[in-house]
Design a protein around this ligand. Structure first.
Ligand SMILES: CC(C)(COP(=O)(O)OP(=O)(O)OC[C@H]1O[C@@H](n2cnc3c(N)ncnc32)[C@H](O)[C@@H]1OP(=O)(O)O)[C@@H](O)C(=O)NCCC(=O)NCCS
Length: 141
């Protein structure tokens, strides 16, 4: 059963500037090493890929929120680095959760996470769909 939907759009330029600015740790605070390594590989501009993954993390947070529509939000600020975008051998994206993100997913009895990314020059976008893990998600706390 689908329990959540989230979407987000992000500007590439923010991440292009962050890549050029050694005084900021925003990249390390947002992306895992594996994400960074993936985004730096190949011919696709790194900033586009980072923007898409940032949008994916925000879309995931929105999807979690939508799963609690009408209920008090979970009182938790999930570190974005705990929400990791991964890819299969063919480049199809998915998500792996760590730390606080995984704890909340367990509380909500979260099942499969569906993710789609797109990026083109100045903007990147992501859509996340959440499924429950069989039974209805817990509505508490
Ligand atoms: C997927 C595809 C349409 C990408 O289109 P595009 O306009 O060049 O690229 P977009 O910016 O919209 O999307 C890029 C993102 O799509 C995702 N992606 C790549 N291949 C994908 C695939 N086969 N399925 C789903 N998503 C895919 C990746 O996350 C990629 O971002 P990344 O490079 O930062 O990891 C194109 O690569 C393609 O046609 N691939 C093969 C088609 C295929 O697998 N068909 C299914 C047959 S069953």
């Amino acid at each position: 059963m689908i329990i959540g939907l989230g979407t987000d759009i992000a500007k590439t330029d923010f991440w292009r500037r962050a890549l050029d600015d050694s005084s900021t740790s925003v990249i390390e605070g947002t992306f895992t090493r594996a994400e960074l390594s993936y985004c730096k590989s190949g011919t696709v501009p790194t900033a586009e890929r980072l923007a898409a993954r940032f949008a994916a993390k925000e879309a995931f947070v929105k999807a979690l929120g939508s799963s609690r529509y009408g209920l008090q939000p979970l009182n938790s600020q999930i570190p974005l680095v705990d929400i990791e975008v991964i890819a299969d051998s063919w480049g199809r994206p998915s998500m792996r959760l760590h730390g606080q993100a995984r704890d909340i997913a367990n509380q909500l009895n979260l099942g499969p996470i569906w993710l789609s990314l797109s990026h083109e020059d100045e903007y990147a976008t992501a859509t996340v769909i959440l499924e429950s893990n069989g039974s209805l998600p817990s509505k508490s706390p």
